[in-house]
Design a protein. Structure first.
Length: 149
């Protein structure tokens, strides 16, 4: 069973993605947001910025899991843990469409890395159900952002 704090905070982490989509679907919400806090908090801009933050954040989470492993697992785990942040650094850019596409690939790749940490027994048993649910929400948001943007 997924612990309530992890589930609640994980689901809350989907809200900026949902808000980005809402500003793509509602011109009045987009205009209001642009007027109050600026255009970077609308549409594909917020999807790319927040997606980049979250994908990079997940590198830190995986680093923490790697620290719990055997000597051999730590080397491999640390190497795997930096991939999401490096992916953002090297691949996210070149305009909204390319950036959203790179983030989609990055989050799907992260899910594979999550699975490896779970196979090693470094992630808790509830980790993959949580990650599958959150990744589905993130990737759906990014795909819709790509289609609507």
């Amino acid at each position: 069973m997924i612990p309530r704090p992890a589930l609640a905070l994980g689901l809350a982490g989907l809200l900026p993605f949902a808000f980005g989509l809402a500003t793509l679907l509602s011109p009045s919400l987009r205009e209001l947001t642009e007027g109050l806090i600026g255009p970077r908090f609308t549409g594909p801009y917020v999807l790319v910025a927040y997606g980049s933050v979250i994908l990079s954040f997940m590198s830190g989470v995986l680093w923490g899991f790697a620290a719990r492993g055997t000597h051999e697992q730590r080397w491999s785990g640390y190497a795997l843990s930096v991939i999401p942040a490096l992916w953002v650094f090297f691949m996210v850019g070149g305009g909204p469409s390319q950036a959203l596409g790179a983030l989609i690939i990055g989050f799907l790749g992260l899910l594979r890395i999550d699975g490896q940490f779970r196979l090693w027994g470094l992630a808790p048993p509830w980790w993959m159900p949580l990650r599958l649910m959150l990744t589905a929400g993130v990737v759906l948001s990014l795909v819709l952002g790509l289609a609507l943007g």
